[in-house]
Design a protein around this ligand. Structure first.
Ligand code: PEP
Length: 253
């Protein structure tokens, strides 16, 4: 079965209005195959701008808007936070949840990540659930344990059936923004483990879930990574800030 491929741009706290304009123009010029979706995740202030420009300029239908985070509550006294309904009003369709920078810098627990996944799904949007091990965890052969625990807390919260609407991004923390990429073989081996772990709960769903790889993906390594049988696209940080390079990565999916 051919799964949907997804290439998502995580701009983190980078980018500006000019990059939004250039990215929309650039991506509109890419020939995306029918099975590929592209998701652009700028910072919150640019979500509404992206939608307004996309409406004005027109946008290929397989290009979508994503957010880098959401608050797990519906509304209330949470200064500085953004709710899922606010994201929906900006025409956001995907939400990155549990990025390692959120888990590490902002101390988001696996329970909080699971609550956010549930919040995104309840609103009818698609979570991009990030999981990944640190360098020390890989070196001490705890990768599979760490990934299983991160996944299990979400399974316990939402149930395996709802993974039908979840995208998973495997991002080894040691490969994010470091220029160190997992080799295609190592990434494939870990993606296969993730799929097998999900299959313990539901084999049919495990086979359908898009599994993205993230961690220093660029125009030179994307093709071999995306050619692996269990890699269904990528979550791209640094290279997604360069329109021409991101276009190459989207075309490789
Ligand atoms: C990321 O932040 O999700 C990421 C994968 O970053 P980079 O591509 O820069 O490693």
């Amino acid at each position: 079965m051919k799964r949907r491929s997804i290439v998502a741009a995580n701009w983190k706290m980078n980018g500006n209005l000019s990059l939004i304009n250039d990215m929309i123009t650039g991506l509109n010029a890419v020939h995306l195959t029918e099975n590929v979706d592209v998701v652009v995740c700028p910072s919150f202030p640019y979500l509404a701008s992206f939608t307004a420009i996309a409406q004005r300029e027109g946008l290929q239908k397989s290009i979508h808007l994503g957010s880098q985070n959401v608050n797990e509550h519906q509304s209330g006294a949470f200064t500085g936070e953004i709710s899922i309904d606010m994201l929906k009003e900006c025409s956001v369709q995907y939400v990155i949840v549990g990025h390692s920078e959120r888990r590490d810098i902002y101390k988001e627990s696996s329970k909080l990540v699971a609550d956010k996944v549930a919040c995104v799904l309840d609103a009818g949007l698609t979570p991009i659930l990030c999981i990944g091990e640190s360098e020390a965890e890989r070196e001490t052969e705890q990768t599979n344990l760490v990934l299983s625990a991160q996944l299990q807390s979400v399974i316990d919260k939402i149930g395996i059936e709802k993974f039908d609407d979840v995208v998973i991004a495997y991002e080894p923390v040691w490969a994010i923004g470091t220029g160190k990429t997992a080799s295609p073989e190592m990434a494939q081996e870990t993606h296969q483990f993730i799929r097998e772990f999900l299959a313990l709960s539901n084999a049919e769903i495990a086979n359908k879930v898009p599994l993205l790889y993230g961690g220093s993906v660029n125009a030179s390594n994307c093709e071999t990574l995306f050619a692996q049988p269990d890699i269904d696209g990528g979550l791209i940080g640094g290279a997604s800030l360069k329109v021409d390079e991101f276009k190459v990565i989207c075309s490789a999916a």
